[in-house]
Design a protein around this ligand. Structure first.
Ligand code: SAH
Length: 218
């Protein structure tokens, strides 16, 4: 099945139409085969305007949300970025085409394994995936020019701010388990942080030491 027409339509109707102008993001999303990141029975829905289940009570983010979060990082190409919540690996693939190296953390081993396999098949070789609690970041590899968190948290884990480079941007949903606000936090000279609210959103919970406790998940 050739999905290139659906993919082009997805970019035009869902992403360009809603105001995303970062040409590199649009190009990459026109090429990455999103259908390979969902199970066989859902491939026909992969280019629809919605998130989809990927097992383990998790979801692959809606295409527009992937585009908006990626564009919000303002990437140029030479960055090292941290992603929290590998999930299907789709967002990881998009980032890998836009930066020098992606460090991605996923707490559910089965999802990390599946993502690794598809990313390898696509020969995306600038990605390190780690299984574990991403709420503490990845200190050994810090600082990062960008941190993208694909799960919602009640607050911003302080480690993310510590691990951000000067001029670096953190994009993440902050709020309760029902709904969140997509925040962008930019680290400025002199250790001050600019905070912007980008839009309302709805993500699965960020579970861990600095996020939601496993027993509090509703
Ligand atoms: N970008 C992914 C989104 C997956 S959903 C995609 O589009 O496919 C969010 C993911 O965050 C889930 O896979 C979930 O297991 C993971 N997650 C939640 N809390 C986490 C934590 N503390 N550390 C790492 N991953 C976490």
């Amino acid at each position: 099945m050739d999905y290139s027409v659906s993919r082009r339509r997805m970019v035009e109707q869902q992403i360009v139409a809603r105001g995303i102008v970062d040409q590199r993001v649009l190009e990459v999303m026109t090429t990455i085969p999103r259908h390979l990141f969902v199970e066989a029975g859902l491939q026909g829905h992969a280019y629809g305007d919605a998130s989809l289940p990927i097992g383990e009570k998790q979801t692959i983010s809606q295409p527009y949300m992937v585009a908006a979060m990626t564009a919000a990082l303002g990437l140029k190409g030479d960055e090292r970025v941290l992603e929290i919540g590998t999930g299907s690996g789709y967002q990881t693939a998009v980032l890998s085409k836009l930066v020098k190296r992606v460090y991605s953390i996923e707490r559910i081993a089965i999802l990390a394994g599946r993502a690794r396999k598809i990313l390898d098949q696509l020969q995306l070789s600038n990605i390190n995936i780690k299984i574990g609690d991403g709420t503490i970041g990845w200190n050994d590899q810090a600082p990062f020019a960008g941190i993208l968190v694909a799960a919602g948290s009640p607050d911003v884990p302080t480690k993310y701010l510590d691990q951000l480079d000067i001029g670096g941007k953190l994009v993440m949903p902050v709020g309760d388990q029902e709904q969140q606000i997509l925040m962008r936090i930019t680290r400025q000279e002199g250790d001050s942080f600019e905070r912007e609210q980008l839009m309302g959103c709805r993500f699965v919970p960020l579970i861990g030491e600095q996020g939601w406790r496993p027993e509090s998940i509703i």
